[in-house]
Design a protein around this ligand. Structure first.
Ligand code: PLP
Length: 315
């Protein structure tokens, strides 16, 4: 599999025009580090294939990943990502990741990216697969790629969003542990399909709702809502991924005297709120400017909230 194929497992295939900071490159620059294939993490040639055709990441999406923000040579919210990575791996019965090894690979990848591409911001991804079907040997790799232009646009101009049924009840995680709710698995095809559907309808993003109409999360983001001077997000038990950005934001907000809460929310709650944001590690924040056709005006304190979001990812 070549470098662009490995990226397609987790994000929609970008065109070279989607990249910023590297306009002269005909193909997206990318750094790849093989984490588990040799005694020590090793840089790979991004123009060469690096996994086998029977890798269960490619064949079944059977593995876990993390996407971290790399800014000026440093990865952010590392501890939160590492903790979720270990939890996700445990939920899939994968061997416990050797974090020292993943951190060494991350350092190698960040250095190589700084030396070869040098864009100030990038997405650094950890991928840990059940490995080869034929050998049972786990595989793992780290990639770094520049940030897509639509992420930058979403930060600046916000996003028009549709709600979409996720197709399960809110108690699925309790009833069906095999649904892997709360694990960051590689099986993102449905999430990507929802985003493509939204884009085909002139929108930029999606908020999933449960069968009961409870707000869950975006396909690649957590939902944060401002109401009554409180920052609110759906509880993890609702069936969402525990977001590292949302968690870091709540800590910063509490330090600055804001109230925070985990609450079950309806779509109407969002429409009547003082603001809704989609937050995630690389995007940081994108304010929802329109939800199911309802305009969402910008609250006076939106600048302050977005400032806290940036502070939250600065560590
Ligand atoms: N929910 C889902 C489904 C996601 O894929 C992501 C990130 O990709 C998030 C939430 C936000 O997580 P984080 O803030 O850790 O990037």
């Amino acid at each position: 599999m070549n470098s662009s194929d490995s990226r397609q497992l987790t994000t929609p295939a970008p065109s070279p025009h989607d990249y910023v900071g590297t306009p002269a490159l005909a193909t997206p620059a990318q750094v790849i580090v093989d984490v588990l294939g040799a005694p020590e993490p090793q840089l790979c040639d991004p123009a060469e294939p690096m996994i086998f055709a029977d890798d269960l990441a490619a064949v079944r999406g059977d593995g876990v990943f993390e996407t971290l923000m790399l800014r000026n040579g440093e990865v952010h919210n590392l501890q939160r990502h590492a903790t979720r990575f270990v939890t996700s791996a445990a939920m899939l019965d994968l061997g416990e990741p050797d974090l020292d090894r993943w951190l060494a690979a991350t350092e190698l990848a960040a250095e190589a990216f700084g030396a070869s591409v040098g864009a100030p911001e990038a997405a650094l991804r950890w991928v840990y697969s059940r490995g080869r079907e034929s050998t049972g040997q786990a595989t793992g790799w780290v990639t770094v790629a520049p940030i897509a232009a639509d992420v930058l646009t979403a930060r600046q101009s916000g996003v028009k969003v549709m709600t979409a049924e996720r197709g399960f009840r809110i108690d699925l995680s309790e009833r069906s542990p095999w649904a892997l709710i709360g694990a960051k698995t590689l099986s993102y095809a449905a999430n990507m399909a929802a985003l493509r559907y939204a884009k085909a309808h002139g929108l930029q993003d999606v908020i999933f709702v449960s069968d009961e109409g409870h707000v869950l999360e975006g396909p690649t983001s957590s939902v944060v809502v401002l109401r009554d001077n409180t920052l609110v997000t759906p509880p993890i038990e609702a069936g969402v991924l525990p977001g590292t950005t949302q968690a870091a934001l709540f800590r910063v907000a509490e330090e600055q005297g804001w109230e925070t809460a985990y609450e079950v929310l309806s779509v109407q709650d969002l429409i009547e709120s003082d603001g809704v944001w989609l937050v995630s590690s690389v995007r940081v924040q994108a304010r929802v400017t329109e939800l199911d056709g309802h305009e969402m005006p910008r609250a006076e304190c939106a600048d302050e909230i977005e400032q806290m979001m940036w502070e939250a990812v600065a560590h």
